[in-house]
Design a protein around this ligand. Structure first.
Ligand code: NAP
Ligand code: F7E
Length: 327
């Protein structure tokens, strides 16, 4: 292999973002390594489904964010030039059910990985997957890199701690560590538990006569929803700058869950009011009511901007789920 081929290591490569990022880095000529949990090798059909088309092109290593030893060994073996730390317990709702395991993987996992990188490849560039959930109960709108954090869930708290750890490794050890403060981003590869994919999957099922109802929680929550394929490009851009820094990545538009439903159902000629019911079991103990990102810094410094608009995203997801049903 040529000396100039860069090695990237991705945690969470089996997730939505990991799969798009792996595609993007392979297209740029990177040698891509990914960390997957051992169980993934036993259940390839389901656990590796998002990267099934890439398994011959990437090198997978089995490890866990709960195990410092496994992360240390993988970093030692790979000697990465860039680490993209995307692995996390990412479902906000579940973080209320099991905050302890969320903290274990999201806080300790981040700390373990930063420490292994510091000891083995301190010159390596490191991306941390921060989140708009860190803003939580927002103190201003739109939210920028300097908006105060007020997380409203164990997940949000874990990401604030990961963000602080990342900044501390940058300041204390001079490491090239960047955090993306990414607002919600979706795609046909989104997990079925998240509201957008739950809606589009049900729209397809209802259209085909396989379901009659969709039960949701808070229809009035406002989110700044973008396309995951656009957002992973920003992750890579951050690590190519001359200085490490943190960036808000968003679309600059916000829409309610209700609007998402309206658009998704009307795309197949249905009225969401005939099918959507509110079930309080989907309410959260503490809700994040409004998120809206200001991407001035990312636009000016990274030259990044989103390509896929809200309507296009909703249609892309509904069309994918309809096509998957007729396969
Ligand atoms: P995702 O689809 O839920 O993927 C999460 C990934 O983390 C999966 O590959 C999962 O592996 C892995 N993982 C979870 N726990 C692990 C553990 N203990 N050890 C090893 N791997 C583990 O999430 P995503 O939407 O791609 O998001 C990527 C990152 O961005 C996450 O850190 C998320 O918190 C953050 N983020 C996401 C958004 C968004 O809107 N998508 C916005 C802001 C920030 P398995 O397949 O084995 O479960
Ligand atoms: O909820 C409301 C829910 O679970 C969005 C993660 O990627 O983005 C994501 O977190 C909104 C919330 O995503 C249902 O109450 C209503 O207000 O799709 P979600 P999230 O919590 O915004 C951030 C940026 C991340 O970092 C996270 O990793 O929709 N909602 N009814 C519902 N949500 C769900 N899941 N299911 C419902 O039935």
């Amino acid at each position: 292999m040529s000396e100039s081929v860069k090695r990237a290591l991705i945690t969470g490569i089996t997730g939505q973002d990991g799969s798009y990022l792996a595609e993007h880095l392979l297209a740029l000529g990177y040698k891509v390594h990914g960390i997957v949990r051992r169980v993934a090798f036993e259940r390839e059909g389901t656990r590796l489904s998002r990267i099934a088309h890439l398994t011959d092109l990437v090198t997978l290593h089995s490890g866990s964010l709960e195990s410092y030893a496994s992360l240390y060994k993988i970093v030692q073996d790979v000697q990465p030039d860039e680490v993209y730390h995307l692995g996390a317990q990412s479902f906000v709702s579940y973080s209320f059910d099991d905050p302890f395991s969320t903290f274990q993987s999201n806080i300790n996992g981040t700390h373990f990985l930063l420490e292994a990188v510091r000891l083995i490849v301190p010159q390596c560039r490191f991306y941390f997957a921060g989140s708009s959930e860190m803003f939580g109960q927002v103190t201003e709108s739109p939210q920028t890199e300097s908006t105060k954090f007020h997380p409203r869930s164990p997940y949000g708290i874990s990401k604030v701690t990961g963000f602080d750890l990342s900044r501390n490794y940058r300041e204390a050890y001079g490491m090239f560590v960047c955090s993306g403060i990414l607002f919600n981003h979706e795609s046909p590869r989104r997990g079925l538990e998240f509201v957008t994919r739950k809606i589009t999957w049900h729209v397809a099922q209802i259209k085909q006569g396989k379901k009659t109802q969709l039960a949701l929680g808070n229809l009035d929550a406002l989110r700044d929803w973008g396309f995951a394929g656009d957002f992973v490009i920003a992750m890579h851009c951050m690590l190519q700058q001359s200085q490490p820094d943190d960036y808000v990545i968003a679309t600059g538009e916000t829409h309610t869950v209700r609007e998402f439903c309206e658009l998704a159902f009307s795309h197949v000629g249905l009225n969401y009011e005939d099918y959507v019911v509110v079930d309080p079991k989907f309410y959260r103990p503490a809700e994040v009511h409004l998120l809206l990102g200001d991407t001035t810094k990312a636009r000016q410094t990274l030259g990044w901007k989103p390509q896929v608009a809200f309507r296009e995203l909703v249609h892309m997801m509904v069309d994918h789920d309809l096509a998957a049903l007729s396969d």
